[in-house]
Write a protein that binds this ligand. Structure first.
Ligand SMILES: Cc1ncc(C[n+]2csc(CCOP(=O)(O)OP(=O)(O)O)c2C)c(N)n1
Ligand code: SF4
Length: 422
């Protein structure tokens, strides 16, 4: 007997009798039948009761915004072109209502994934509001008189949009063969699992049987004929290279004596190269054999206002990418100063490197004024600040940042000597 498991031994997180638990168990059974390894499977869930299952799965898991799991899965499945990997989406009828265009688009373009719709005909997690899947007459706590509208027949919609395998099942007993049929279909497949939420659906509709409800709603329990098979000429082509391939590996070339980690926050203005400077620092650290994380923040109006980035470099693996208070805060403009003022106020140690034309913020950190803008101008002050930082404090070999700079086309425009001035 196989010792492979897809679910942890922890109790599943749903109310007693919730059909979502059966989906999880049938999914495990179907994946086992097909001989998958847990790390061959990427499970994408989103907001709702169905989504809290991801902590129980031993597969890769990604948790997205409500109704956006199919969109996330589209990117993931196109990025991972390795055969033998399986992208599975769990979504509720609420999420499918919100993200219906993603479902139709993914089916239409034959994106490689299986969507398992947990259709309990209401929004479970928020107390039983009706969704676009709620059948006529079905009562929910906020619709005690029963829905006056027909719900969507997602299987009809999706099979006509181009799904390669579409099936509706009643969410009782063993339906792992149906899931296995979908999981082993190339391109887009969908299984709609019909359920009644015990906490809201059953309470509002006492005595109602699932099969009676489904039949009464005119929803056929069957495999739906595909009206548009997976097309090799699909206008969206899978990405040829694998996002997980080693193609973009940055080789270690330099040595560093850094022990532990250093966190660097950069705060400046949009258009002044903050993200590029952070990227150069991150790459220089990678070339020095360190672990690195990099994160950028900027307003939705990307062309104006602040631009900020956090970089952690470390001799040890980094388990958390956030920086609440950095070891080094670099401020290159007044936008950056406004953005970083609260961070500076919280710092009781570390260093703040700030452009010498700015009034230093209130802080317990050491303030070092540097003529970033005067030396390099507004376009290059951020990049210069990174060179200045490494030239002065030597957390990384300066040759590492020089090499990153010279490998970038920016080096054709700026003489490296300019960056090296301290
Ligand atoms: C865009 C958006 N709208 C509304 C919400 C609030 N919300 C959180 S869970 C939920 C209900 C989820 O229902 P469903 O997707 O059917 O999953 P279930 O809980 O029934 O498994 C709602 C409306 C949200 N998080 N995001
Ligand atoms: S509220 Fe309903 S959908 Fe959510 S876990 Fe409980 S029974 Fe399941």
């Amino acid at each position: 007997m196989s010792t492979i498991k897809f679910l942890t031994d922890n109790e599943l997180p749903f109310c007693k009798g919730c059909g979502h638990a059966r989906v999880a168990k049938n999914t495990e059974k179907a994946l086992l039948k097909l001989g998958f390894d847990p790390l061959d499977v990427i499970l994408i869930t989103d907001i709702g009761c169905h989504g809290i299952i991801d902590k129980s799965f031993l597969t890769h898991t990604v948790h997205g915004l409500h109704g956006r799991s199919v969109a996330l899965a589209g990117g993931i499945s196109m990025g991972i072109s390795e055969p033998g990997k399986k992208t599975v989406v769990f979504i509720g009828d609420g999420g499918a209502t919100i993200g219906m265009q993603h479902l139709i688009g993914a089916a239409h373009h034959g994106l490689n994934m299986t969507v398992v719709v947990h259709n309990n005909m209401l929004y479970g997690m928020t107390g039983g509001q009706p969704s676009e899947f709620t059948p006529c007459g079905f009562r929910t706590p906020v619709l005690p008189e029963g829905s006056k509208n027909e719900g969507y027949d997602i299987c009809k919609l999706i099979s006509s949009a181009g799904s390669s395998y579409t099936e509706r099942v009643l969410g009782i007993g063993d339906y792992s063969d149906s899931l296995a049929a979908a999981f082993s279909t190339k391109g887009f497949s969908l299984v709609e699992v019909m359920e009644i939420c015990p906490s809201y659906g059953t309470k509002s509709n006492p005595g109602l049987k699932l099969s009676t409800l489904v039949k009464g709603a005119g929803l056929e329990v069957k495999v739906f004929k595909s009206t548009n098979k997976y097309r090799s000429h699909s206008i969206i082509k899978p990405i040829e290279t694998n996002l997980l391939s080693e193609e973009h590996l940055i080789e270690k070339v330099f040595e560093t004596g850094l022990k532990g980690s250093v966190s660097v926050s950069l705060a400046g203005s949009a258009g002044e190269g903050i993200q590029l400077a952070a990227e150069f620092l991150a790459k220089a650290a990678m070339k020095s054999g360190l672990h690195v994380t990099k994160k950028g923040s900027y307003p939705v109006t990307v062309g104006v206002g602040f631009s900020a980035a956090d970089v952690i470099i470390s001799s040890e693996p980094i388990d958390f990418t956030g920086i609440s208070l950095p070891d080094i805060l670099i401020i290159t403009s007044s936008d950056g100063l406004s953005y970083a003022r609260a961070t500076a106020a919280g710092m009781n140690k570390g260093k703040i490197l700030i452009d010498d034309q700015l009034e230093p913020p209130v802080t317990g950190a050491e303030i070092i004024k540097v003529p970033f803008r005067k030396k390099a101008g507004e376009k290059n002050c951020s990049l210069y600040s990174i060179f200045w930082f490494l030239n002065t404090f030597h957390h990384l070999p300066v040759d590492a940042i020089k090499q990153v700079f010279l490998e970038n086309k920016i080096s054709a425009k700026i003489p490296i000597e300019k960056m090296m001035e301290v």
